[in-house]
Design a protein around this ligand. Structure first.
Ligand SMILES: [Zn+2]
Length: 451
């Protein structure tokens, strides 16, 4: 009998060491491998090739092999096909297209197909869950309707397109649980038609979209204001997607919060946090708006249909080098030419995308429902639906004025928890699912109230 107690203690000791080891790792070394694999040289080659097609206006020549949008999309498809060949046909590459006619908008000079180039890397465990990286194929001169004049669009947006092709090359060397889509969208400058077409296609196919990382201009480091930085970049996200905003939800937000916690905003915070962790040399700026003031991008059509989507973009724009005919006027060189693209910077922003695509594609799905309670109590209570594939959950909170999830606690494989002494009124809360590899889902803001 006397010997039992020491044995129990030994057994408990072993148990607690194992329990500690079950906490998933905070970092995944493969992520550093991904960052190091992104090539500025390959991005330069693609930008030069795309800019070399003269114009890629949506209504430009489709038959020539050397000029116009037809040649450009065939080049992109050929590159995706090459990438796929190198990984044993791991990509499903195809064109997705929709017809636009002049009655559909005031920037459509004639009937044409808006053709996107899609490459899908299927996930092993959740093939119908998709994280998407997009760039744009098309360009414009000073006049959007002018499909003849040179419009090389080296930065806007061959840079984003080249980054997307490069991310496919790098990530196709790995296997993921969720699917990744690399896509070149067209018709952007004419009214965001390619994004609209693909978002509607996604709804028809029943795709479960985790989020869209839209890249539009990721290569310019010298701003019109004279600021030069190869570290700063912007992450645009709208507060609440159009589909989230019903009258009932708007009213609920007055009482329970959530005005700055829509699904796109959570995606923005995820990207921000991952960059701070794995690429601390970079300076991500979360911008709390859909896009630049009064301007648009291809994440918006996805937001319109209720999908999370953000825009990743350089921080310092130069307006004499976008949407301009190539010319010299009053000593200023106008035009979006290759000379203004900084390829190492475009590679950095491509890495920003690649590590977030990988993290999300390696992560389990987010909890579907997160309940919150603790009104007039000292402790906040959270309860969520468990997720297949998660080994545990992480509870996040932050001061109501903070843009980032500053506090967190890993709570293990449970479906509810309370945080002692954390008063529900003074913070915002969220929950993510954590996989065995340490990768996390997006944070889910509470969507139900516990009474
Ligand atoms: Zn543009």
């Amino acid at each position: 009998m006397k010997r039992i107690f020491p044995l129990v203690f030994v057994a408990l000791g072993i148990y607690s060491v194992q329990a500690q080891n079950n906490v998933p790792s905070e970092t995944d070394l493969r992520i550093y491998g991904i960052i190091n694999s992104v090539s500025a040289d390959r991005i330069e080659k693609d930008v030069r090739a795309l800019a070399g097609f003269g114009t890629r206006n949506t209504f430009s020549d489709t038959l020539s092999d050397t000029r116009g949008i037809g040649a450009a999309r065939r080049y992109i498809k050929a590159e995706f096909d090459k990438t796929s060949e190198a990984c044993g046909d791991c990509l499903d590459v195809f064109y997705q297209k929709d017809l636009v006619t002049p009655d559909m908008g005031n920037r459509i000079p004639k009937e044409a197909y808006v053709v996107n180039v899609v490459a899908i890397q299927k996930g092993t465990k959740y093939p119908n869950r998709y994280i998407i990286m997009s760039g744009d194929i098309d360009t414009r001169a000073s006049n959007t309707m002018d499909f003849e004049t040179d419009a090389p669009g080296a930065n806007d947006n061959a840079s984003g397109m080249a980054g997307t092709m490069e991310a496919a090359r790098v990530l196709s060397k790995y296997e993921f649980e969720n699917s990744i889509i690399y896509v070149g969208l067209s018709g952007e400058e004419q009214g965001l038609f390619g994004g609209k077409g693909l978002a509607e296609y996604a709804v028809k196919q029943g795709w479960d979209i985790i989020g869209v990382l839209n890249n539009d201009m990721i290569g310019n480091i010298e701003g019109v204001d004279g600021v030069i930085s190869n570290r700063d970049f912007r992450i645009f996200s709208e507060a609440i997607t159009a589909k989230e905003e019903t009258d009932r939800e708007r009213n609920a937000r007055r009482f329970y919060g959530g005005e700055v916690d829509g699904i796109s905003r959570q995606l923005a915070r995820y990207v921000y946090g991952n960059v701070k962790k794995y690429m601390p040399e970079m300076n991500p700026m979360m911008i709390y708006r859909l896009d630049r003031f009064g301007r648009g991008g291809h994440h918006r059509p996805f937001n319109d249909l209720g999908f999370a989507g953000i825009r990743i973009m350089e921080a310092h724009e130069n307006y004499t080098q976008q949407h301009q005919d190539i010319r010299t006027e009053d000593g200023i060189n106008y035009g979006d030419v290759v000379e203004h693209v900084n390829f190492p910077y475009a590679a950095k922003l491509t890495s920003v995308n690649a590590i977030n695509l990988a993290s999300l594609a390696w992560a389990p799905p987010a909890p579907e429902t997160v309940q919150i309670g603790g009104i007039v109590e000292a402790d906040v209570k959270l309860k969520w639906t468990k997720v297949d594939g998660a080994v545990g959950y992480k509870v996040y909170w932050r001061d109501t004025t903070s843009p980032t999830w500053d506090y967190s606690r890993y709570v293990g494989d449970v479906e509810e928890t309370s945080l002692e002494g954390i008063v529900i009124d003074n913070y915002f809360f969220g929950v993510s699912a954590v996989g065995a590899n340490g990768h996390e889902s997006l944070v889910v803001f509470p969507n139900q109230i516990m009474r």
